[in-house]
Design a protein around this ligand. Structure first.
Ligand SMILES: [Zn+2]
Length: 115
């Protein structure tokens, strides 16, 4: 199951990559279902806080109608940054799974493209 959710997070990261965003993806899982997805949109939205995890938390909270994501697990393609770690904590997220070799590879591919 975990692999399946991580693959869904990777699909989000690929969406970011296609938009020339730093490719990071995230999905939120509750009760065996994805209730939120997100990918980095910092450039598209001109918003420094639009990281994949934040976008995903917002959608998950909206879907549940509650900002407290007690029984929600997050799957993120790379290790969340400090801002996101704090936001995840604030949202009371149950578990975070992060870091996928393919996620790291996609990130490297993105930075190579910039050179
Ligand atoms: Zn972040």
């Amino acid at each position: 199951m975990r692999d399946k959710w991580m693959q869904a997070a990777l699909a989000e990261a690929e969406k970011a990559y296609k938009k020339d965003e730093i490719p990071v993806g995230c999905v939120a899982v509750f009760d065996g279902k994805i209730i939120g997805r997100g990918h980095n949109l910092r450039e598209s939205l001109d918003d420094p806080t639009s990281h994949a995890e934040i976008m995903c938390l917002r959608r998950a909270a909206k879907k549940l109608g509650d900002w407290r994501l007690y029984n929600v697990s997050l799957y993120v393609t790379i290790k969340p940054c400090k801002m996101c770690r704090e936001a995840i904590k604030e949202a009371r997220v149950k578990r975070v799974y992060s870091g996928l070799p393919e996620g790291e590879k996609l990130l490297k591919k993105f930075f190579r493209k910039l050179r």
